[in-house]
Design a binder for this molecule. Structure first.
Ligand code: SF4
Length: 355
């Protein structure tokens, strides 16, 4: 049962003069979004009516997504946020949340957001590699990201950082670098988005011409998984991995080059489970003396069990059972079982050899 609900308000491409190669806001934000403050009010009212009977709901958050919120004229930001604040002041919602570009942050903007009770500011950073930012035509540099992130923290907002995987000029190394640089800025939350090549974007044209070849899915998952691990181990709450299908109008039509997958988070967590278990399995293999004895006792097929707690079981087994299949095919010398151990923490996987 979800105790937290988000009222998403999409402000597509409003105020954004940039042309990032991957972006087509009209497609990404399938809703065409509100055009004025009253649309915001009706949208919030509609959501609150839907949420009113949801049992166990503790917090409701209004989130302005979809563009560069603080890039729109100050009067419009104020008009949208005054309405949102009204709901917060009445206790109907608990948090106000927005996302924007790192170069649309300054003191005047932050003073206004503070006055209007905003809680969370997410920065669309995408990468900490200057080559990637340039090839993606982001139009801002790393220094501005660092300065804005620092200011957001100093003002006492919750800071979020969004990173993308698989942009032009991206590599495994630049992804790891980006995750580590993000950790240095100490955000509270993060999102990881493998790049989806959407029609009617410059990236789509680059892909069609063969100027951009996206990494294959396995590589994307490897990069995303290792970034996820770096961020979560640093105590950062990764609130989203991968686009939701509702973020696209029609994923069959709009996502090219096999770049959209509906279950990226499951693939990422399954990858990390497999990596952890495989490392432990190799340690068992290396304990050669013990293994020979165990081989003899079990008639040649050694018994090993993999354990996870109840909520991490599906990640251990892998999306559509792919980890189970992987281990069975690659380690025929073991008789493998996947078992539950609720004494383990979420995301902790343990491999034990049975006598
Ligand atoms: S800054 Fe944001 S809204 Fe503007 S083009 Fe880039 S991704 Fe799209």
């Amino acid at each position: 049962m979800k105790r937290h609900a988000i009222i998403p308000i999409f402000i597509p491409h409003r105020g954004c003069p940039n042309d990032c190669v991957f972006c087509n806001q009209k497609k990404i934000t399938a809703s065409s979004g509100p055009v004025n403050a009253e649309d915001v009010r009706s949208k919030i009212d509609l959501w609150l009516t839907t949420l009113k009977d949801r049992p166990g709901l503790e917090t409701v958050e209004i989130a302005f997504y979809g563009g560069s919120f603080t890039g729109i004229p100050m009067e419009e930001q104020t008009a949208f946020l005054e309405i949102a604040k009204e709901y917060k002041d009445r206790g109907l919602v608990q948090k106000l949340h927005l996302s924007t570009r790192p170069d649309y942050i300054d003191e005047e903007i932050l003073d206004n957001l503070k006055r209007l009770s905003v809680d969370v500011i997410e920065l669309g950073v995408q990468s900490f590699d200057p080559k990637v930012l340039e090839a993606s035509k982001r139009g801002h540099n790393i220094e501005v990201v660092e300065r804005s992130a620092r200011m957001i923290k100093e003002y006492g907002f919750t800071l979020g950082i969004q990173l993308m995987i698989g942009l032009p000029e991206d590599s495994y190394e630049s992804c790891i670098h980006s995750a580590k640089k993000a950790v240095e800025l100490q955000p509270d939350i993060a999102r990881l988005y493998p790049t989806v090549i959407i029609r009617d974007t410059e990236l789509y044209d680059m892909w069609e011409r063969g100027d951009h070849i996206p990494p294959n899915q396995e590589e994307i998952i490897r990069r995303t998984a290792h970034m996820y691990k770096i961020l979560t181990e640093a105590g950062i709450n990764v609130i989203r991995v991968g686009l939701k299908s509702s973020d696209l109008i029609n994923d069959d039509v709009d996502a090219a080059g096999g770049t959209y997958h509906p279950a990226v988070k499951q693939l990422v967590c399954g990858f990390l489970a497999r990596e952890s278990l495989e490392a432990q399995l190799h340690q068992i293999l290396e304990r050669s003396v013990a293994s020979e004895a165990a081989d003899r006792r079990s008639g040649g097929c050694r018994k090993v069990s993999f354990y996870a707690n109840g909520s991490s079981m599906s990640e251990m087994i892998g999306w559509q059972g792919e980890n189970k299949k992987y281990f069975t095919e690659n380690y025929p010398q073991f008789s493998l079982r996947f078992e539950k151990d609720d004494s383990l923490a979420d995301g902790q996987y343990v491999c034990r050899e049975k006598e």
